[in-house]
Design a protein around this ligand. Structure first.
Ligand code: NAD
Length: 405
């Protein structure tokens, strides 16, 4: 069948197998090129550095920040990688989810480079996933020296009780009204979201907070498959004040505050083993769910336009390159640079005064008429489609495909 994007209410329901795979291949090529650029500049290839990731576990490995982390770990540093994600497999009538194809492509690229990689399609919140990660390390005789926690999920089943929790993106205390844009029609509209109930806040913390991250670290540590001096990093977002009512001060922000608290707990619980736990505050990028949060598409597309004009724009791979090369694995530097609260900041360029002032000035006068002039709505739409394997260069979208291939 010919596969064209099926987008409903800013959600894309299908994926293009060849496009998703090609996207991973292109990111892997960029990560390999980065290795040789670093080698030329410093005289030492990143995979020959003493300080480098060697055995990396990526929880949430198939798309977005997790995939980019795994690509840099493997193709820039030649790390062995073990990935967990939860993706929909294809059927004869329906394509798989984008990450399904991305995982296949990742494993193929890794095999082509002779790198160890194994990918599990399992619920990462389950005890079975943790047992599988332990088993994989033991069977292959290694311990993890880097654990990336990059889950974004609407639901979590607590493995102890079997109870299912749902996360919501809602304000707390008062309704939120914000402008949102349909990135496919360019129409602006006001969206109102009612405040979360106390149960909804607690459930969002259960799903997107740090409890499961801590369970992972505890399981790996007690099975002795965490290297001495290992690092673990979970991702978060802060964003500008205009988004705080819906994000940072809302349900998801509560969950992220819990994630930060768990980083400190993990750090102090495993001090004697030299384990370091970090939250990395990353930049806003376009992923599969970015288009459904009010204000985010409008803010992000305006941000993109401003950052591109200032030559500061970054995608997931660029961000992860900075995380690995300028934060986690800086040669001859023992300490990971962090802010006063111990967080790694990769949102430093996004939150620069000059960037935020310009974004705010534009948002104050944005209309449907000047939208394309002030915001990179086409860039947002393209990134969104590319996250599903569409509009990737070099792919023949007129060709017929079998989603099962
Ligand atoms: N997107 C942004 O702009 C942004 C910015 C800063 C920080 N972050 C943070 O980065 C992290 C990753 O977000 P993303 O945007 O890359 O998301 P994403 O949707 O692209 O990726 C989420 C990953 O989680 C996996 N996953 C979800 N539920 C799972 C389950 N039950 N078991 C196993 N795997 C599961 C998916 O398969 C996928 O690999 C999140 O913590 C998010 O808050 C995102």
């Amino acid at each position: 069948m010919k596969i064209t994007p099926q987008v409903r209410n800013n959600i894309c329901l299908n994926a293009h197998p060849v496009g998703c795979k090609r996207d991973v291949q292109m990111q892997a090529a960029q990560a390999r090129l980065l290795a040789s650029n670093i080698g030329q500049k410093t005289g030492i290839m990143p995979y020959a550095q003493e300080k480098r990731p060697k055995h990396v576990l990526v929880i949430g490995c198939s798309t977005g920040y997790g995939l980019a982390s795994r690509i840099v770990a493997a193709f820039t540093y030649h790390a062995a990688t073990v990935g967990f994600s939860f993706e929909r497999m294809p059927s004869s009538t329906k394509t798989g989810s984008p990450g399904w194809y991305a995982n296949e492509a990742f494993d193929q690229e890794a095999a082509a480079d002779g790198l160890f990689s194994v990918t599990y399609n399992m619920d990462a919140f389950s005890n079975e996933a943790k047992a599988q990660a332990i088993d994989t390390a033991r069977k292959n005789g290694f311990a993890y020296d880097l654990v990336i926690y990059s889950l974004a999920s609407p639901v979590r089943t607590d493995p102890k009780t079997g109870q299912m929790y749902r996360s919501v993106i809602k304000p707390i205390g008062a309704p939120y009204t914000g402008t949102t844009v349909d990135v496919f029609t360019g129409k602006l509209k006001q969206a109102e979201i009612q405040p979360a109930t106390p149960d909804e806040i607690a459930e969002t913390v259960k799903v997107m907070g740090g409890e499961d991250w801590q369970l992972w670290v505890d399981a790996l540590a007690s099975a002795n498959v965490l290297d001495n001096g290992a690092m673990t990093v979970a991702y978060s977002y802060i964003g500008p004040p205009l988004s705080w009512q819906i994000y940072r001060d809302g349900t998801i922000g509560h969950a992220k505050a819990d994630l930060e608290a768990k980083a400190h707990q993990i750090d102090s619980n495993y001090k004697d083993r030299g384990l370091r736990a970090f939250v990395s505050i990353n930049k806003a990028v376009v992923t599969r769910s970015s288009a459904v949060i009010p204000i985010i598409p409008l803010y992000v597309s305006t941000l993109f336009k401003v950052m591109k004009e200032k030559n500061l724009h970054e995608g997931t791979l660029d961000q992860m390159v900075r995380l690995f090369t300028e934060r986690l694995y800086v040669p001859n530097k023992d300490k990971v640079p962090v802010d006063e609260e111990g967080r790694i900041r990769l949102d430093d360029w996004e939150l620069q005064d000059s960037v935020q002032k310009e974004v705010n000035a534009r948002l104050a006068r944005i209309t449907e008429e000047n939208l394309r002039q002030l915001a990179d709505i086409d860039g947002f739409r393209r990134d969104f489609l590319q996250a599903h394997g569409f509009e990737i260069s070099g792919v023949d979208y007129d060709a017929e495909f079998d989603p099962l291939e």
